[in-house]
Write a protein that binds this ligand. Sequence first.
Ligand code: FAD
Length: 232
Amino acid sequence: MTEITFSSEITVKLIDHMGGDDRVIQAAQVSAKGENNPDTVPPRLINALLKQKHGSTFEHSYFTFYVKAPIFVFREWMRHRMSSFNEMSGRYTELPGEFYIPAEDRKLFNQGTKMKPDFVAAPQDVINEVNSSVEYISHAAWNEYQRLLKLEVATEVARIVLPLNIYSQMYWTVSARSLMNFLSLRGSQEGAALISHPQREIQIGAEHIDAIFSEIMPLTHESFVTNGRVAP
Ligand SMILES: Cc1cc2nc3c(=O)[nH]c(=O)nc-3n(C[C@H](O)[C@H](O)[C@H](O)COP(=O)(O)OP(=O)(O)OC[C@H]3O[C@@H](n4cnc5c(N)ncnc54)[C@H](O)[C@@H]3O)c2cc1C
């Protein structure tokens, strides 16, 4: 049977970006001053635009990311409709045999409620049970997938035996405004006005996105953080 691999990684790579902090200012000033090209970008103006929810000025700066994550994370990620997605096709390709397994430090027990979860570490014997369950079902599903493919069943049908922890890949293109909405809902940083309690795995993805956003648009990111991570 074909070998499979296990990983706990959520991969995010920046493919391309357009605009930036200066484009926010240009978009804001075009109505009053016409086309202009500011040499310096006033942080106070960006802060005011964000605070007063002049959200459209953040829609002229764009990011394209490559994301590799398990399908259960993509189910959540793709709820963010104000962005564009292209995902690896399980109809047109044989999916790679790579499966997600929780990292050792992934807290497994919820001692809170469903709406206000409070995750704590499980004892080692439970961690072992989870690992063996994930490994068992991933191997079994993969073997069945391969068996169906050998019978020349079409990939689009054979894939239905695969579990939610198989990895997928996508390109995600998003404006800075929609990106901040994503971060406000899927991040969980200190100082955030909204505590949304995202699933840990998408939160890891949001942390990667946040780091790239802060590099490419430092002034907007700083204002976003200062204003409690509320999207404009
Ligand atoms: C912790 C958490 C738990 C969740 N649990 C569930 C769940 O159990 N079940 C479930 O189905 N979803 C769930 N979601 C998904 C959630 O309901 C949103 O679909 C998702 O977070 C995307 O947010 P959004 O609509 O703001 O983003 P986008 O779709 O990117 O939209 C951005 C903004 O555009 C506007 N907009 C977009 N579409 C419309 C529209 N049709 N009409 C009016 N305005 C629009 C809104 O202002 C919206 O905020 C959960 C999300 C989180 C963060």
